[in-house]
Design a protein around this ligand. Structure first.
Ligand code: ADP
Ligand code: ZN
Ligand code: ZN
Length: 812
């Protein structure tokens, strides 16, 4: 017989907890249900049942009882629980931390603890001390919130006395729980049951305003296709109708008032558009995908930018519509997908939902419920949407699969939504379509090894060739030169402006200048919390740290040698914008970066302004590279191409190729072939060649050779351990101890400890240890050993005010 429940709490705890189930709750207990359980001496916390047991290894006296089961139906199904467990194991993150990430905050509850007198217990005043008597007096004959007593007598004292009173059964405890999710209710009007419309219209002959309301209501009712239509008052008010006339009709009992639940999300109307007819090449690719799905679960659609991958996704989705299942459409960043969501909603209407961590807790909970009860079939979402309660997933589309936004850096679990969703699809027996113009090397490697299948689209839909590439040599530009753009670049921009075309300038740095340096002694202002230079932001007139966000006063002179000769080194989007504005007076220029897109609608406005040609030039960071389809752009400029591949990272060339292909892909998407200008001091011939001819094969082949030689992914798996601490000496010493213990792991390459390029962030020093696992089959056993080792060190680290962070398959 079931007697025990294993509980996961959504807290960063490394273990699960066993509780006994009181008889009254036995029939209600099911995995996936939320429960109320005591955790620690005084706390009561919400957790989730992960499994039920008949026996337990723990001693009876050490086991506590569950207090209550909150859910009627499980909040998580077994597939979700399995998925959470897998993420925890694979990414070496505590299961509680994964649950904390997976659970929508709307599912958290507010717990209030109440105290009541136990009326059946004999009450003998002499048995109680002063405080106890006062507590009993306060409770009197009602119930009282424990918080009030804690406030009155102080936490420590009050808790002790309350515990005593509970133990000798003088008082009883009860809990009040409240969901933090609240549906969005609005007042509406509903036509009374026994109303004859003809009659009432006639009666109101001299009251055109009231008549008007009834007619409008009937009109809206017809559109809504429901009999007992409740029309939200704000909706009817939109039709030039006054609130007082509505009130009169309510008084006359023509309408009754009623509350209805209104969605917090845009109501996509019924489908407006048909799907586009596919081109011959697209049709072939589509058929190839469908055929490949018969043999393999994962297919890569590798399509050149502008080849119309979206149309193929749409065709695939619409073909699956007649079936039962749900479709998850993963995108790297929701804010950048307005164009996509508009297109999808025009075709799939209300079957579509959008899910992103940018939503507030109620908005997210609503989508969660819609997915759970199968009302929504197509979910467009960012990485966190892999945790949604899918009933029956049949397809996952992962657009721009190479994009690093799929990886979560902080906090744990440091999961990659692309890889995790491939596992998720296995649990649902669903298919996965990866799409990109520039596959990650890992995905590409899986294709050439026939783990995945590859389907290619080699031409742009418009049949226009990819942009021409012009490299502009900036090696002769003086380092202190204040012009960012070479004269050739400027004349080319001017030419396009004259033709009425649009231009995108890409620089992956925000702010004005990344470094301000002393001409005499090379000193530069650094952040006091982090080991990085400060970036000058002209709009704020401050020096800003891009790691901790601290804002600092502008340095007037050098701190070391007191010289006033401080020079701007390099440039960010702000400075580019300034230079273009002075060069092309009267031209409207927009900037798209982290700083200009903070508010909810600012990004949408930039996109729509550029789309409707209210501006001619768009300057931006990597945001501008992501999937936009602006018809008017014929020129893209990368003023500092060298910066893209000079990053100290084994993936730097792959990343450089990916981002420049994406940027280039924004140009010449309609009728005219576009151009891309690369300003460079020292061109990487091979990358430029590959860009020009979209010849992925050669570049990837060479990259793979290099990765193999140095045993980098995809030929090995990497686990990165970062230790962090405020005291460098202590950190260094415990990190060395950890490192020495790991050296005994067999067959594994351990590199480090290494002080990273940026050695301090937010006042914490950092040290890295890299673990390279050569063989996939060793992955699990290595993780197990690693985990044991790290657990042994946790306490030592804690004592030394240091932490250990584990990142499996890191990308930085
Ligand atoms: P990708 O995502 O591969 O870069 P898109 O899906 O954005 O390309 O398509 C590029 C452009 O071509 C878009 O404006 C799109 O509407 C258009 N397009 C692609 N395929 C078709 C089609 N079959 N019919 C009509 N327009 C298409
Ligand atoms: Zn100086
Ligand atoms: Zn800082």
């Amino acid at each position: 017989m079931i007697k025990y429940a294993t509980i996961i709490f959504p807290l960063p705890l490394n273990q699960k907890f066993t509780y006994s189930i009181p008889n009254r709750l036995l029939t209600k207990a099911k995995p996936g249900k939320r429960v109320l359980a005591p955790l620690g001496r005084f706390k009561v916390t919400m957790g989730v049942i992960s499994s039920l047991e008949e026996i337990t290894e723990y001693k009876k006296e050490n086991i506590k009882e569950l207090i209550d089961i909150i859910d009627e139906c499980p909040s998580f199904d077994t597939t979700q629980l399995q998925f959470i467990e897998w993420i925890s194991n694979y990414y070496m993150s505590s299961v509680g931390q994964v649950l904390k990430t997976a659970i929508p905050s709307g599912m958290n509850i507010v717990i209030k603890k109440y105290l009541k007198k136990n009326l059946s217990a004999p009450f003998d005043k002499n048995r109680f001390n002063d405080v106890q008597q006062k507590i009993i007096g306060l409770i009197n004959n009602g119930k009282i919130n424990e918080e009030d007593i804690l406030k009155e007598f102080g936490k420590v004292k009050a808790r002790r006395e309350i515990e005593y009173l509970i133990n000798n059964e003088t008082i009883k405890v009860s809990y009040d729980i409240k969901d933090s999710y609240s549906p969005n209710y609005q007042k509406g009007i509903l036509l009374s049951d026994d109303i004859s419309i003809q009659k009432i219209i006639k009666e109101l002959e001299n009251k055109p305003k009231q008549q008007d309301i009834i007619l409008k209501y009937i009109d809206l009712q017809k559109k809504s296709d429901t009999n007992n239509y409740v029309c939200p008052i704000p909706t009817i008010l939109k039709n030039n109708i006054s609130r007082s006339s509505i009130n009169t009709l309510i008084k006359r009992e023509v309408f009754v008032e009623k509350y209805i639940e209104i969605s917090r999300h845009p109501n996509y109307s019924n489908p407006l558009n048909d799907i586009n007819k596919l081109s011959l090449e697209q049709q072939k690719a589509f058929e190839a995908i469908v055929n490949n799905f018969e043999k393999k679960d994962v297919v890569l659609l590798q399509g050149i930018t502008g080849s119309g991958k979206t149309e193929i996704y749409i065709k695939l989705i619409s073909d699956l519509q007649d079936e039962e299942g749900q479709i998850l459409f993963l995108v790297p960043e929701i804010a950048l997908t307005t164009q996509l969501v508009t297109r999808l909603s025009s075709i799939f209407g209300n079957k579509l939902a959008v899910y992103t961590s940018r939503y507030n807790s109620n908005e997210r909970m609503e989508v969660w419920n819609n997915v759970k009860n199968d009302e929504k079939k197509i979910i467009v979402g960012t990485r966190s949407s892999i945790f949604l309660p899918f009933k029956n997933l049949q397809l996952v589309i992962i657009d721009e699969e190479h994009d690093s936004s799929y990886k979560q850096y902080d906090p744990a679990p440091r999961y990659n939504a692309r890889d995790a969703s491939i596992y998720l699809s296995k649990l649902h027996q669903a298919k996965v379509l990866l799409g990109t113009a520039t596959p990650s090397l890992e995905t590409y490697y899986n294709c050439i090894n026939d783990k995945y299948r590859i389907v290619e689209l080699k031409n742009r839909f418009s049949n226009i060739s990819l942009p021409k590439i012009e490299t502009v040599d900036t090696s002769k530009q003086k380092p202190d030169s204040h012009t960012i753009f070479h004269p050739h670049t400027l004349s080319k921009i001017n030419e396009e402006l004259k033709k009425g075309n649009q231009i995108i300038v890409f620089q992956n740095r925000r702010g004005y200048t990344p470094i301000i340096q002393c001409e005499t002694c090379s000193w530069y202002p650094k952040c006091k919390n982090c080991d990085v230079s400060l970036t000058y932001h002209q709009s704020l007139h401050k020096l800003v740290c891009h790691y901790c966000g601290s804002k600092n006063k502008i340095a007037e002179k050098c701190v070391d040698c007191k010289s006033t000769g401080l020079r701007n080194q390099g440039y960010g989007t702000e400075r580019i914008m300034e230079e273009l504005e002075s060069e092309f007076e009267g031209t409207k220029i927009l900037r798209m970066d982290h700083d200009t897109t903070r508010t909810k609608n600012s990004l949408k406005k930039i996109i729509s302004d550029f789309e409707s040609k209210k501006a001619q030039i768009l300057v931006g960071t990597q945001m501008v590279s992501k999937g936009f389809d602006f018809g008017g752009v014929t020129l893209v400029v990368i003023p500092d191409f060298d910066m893209l591949y000079k990053i100290p990272d084994f993936r730097s060339r792959e990343k450089c190729f990916q981002i420049s292909t994406q940027v280039m892909g924004r140009s010449g998407r309609r009728n005219i072939q576009g151009t891309m200008i690369l300003q460079t001091k020292n061109p990487d011939k091979q990358i430029i060649d590959s860009l020009e001819n979209y010849s992925i094969k050669e570049l990837y082949k060479e990259e793979l050779c290099e990765r193999k030689e140095f045993n980098y992914p995809p030929y090995s798996r990497i686990i990165k351990i970062t230790t962090k601490g405020k005291n460098f000496k202590r950190l260094n010493s415990v990190t060395y101890d950890l490192y020495s213990s790991l050296k005994n792991l067999n067959d594994i390459q351990i590199l480090g400890p290494e002080i990273p390029f940026i050695s301090k962030i937010k006042n914490e020093f950092l040290i890295n240890i890299w673990i390279k696992i050569p063989n996939h089959s060793l992955l699990n056993s290595t993780k197990k050993c690693l985990f044991k080792n790290i657990e042994r060190f946790k306490y030592t680290f804690q004592k030394n005010y240091s932490k250990i962070v584990i990142d499996v398959d890191p990308i930085q």
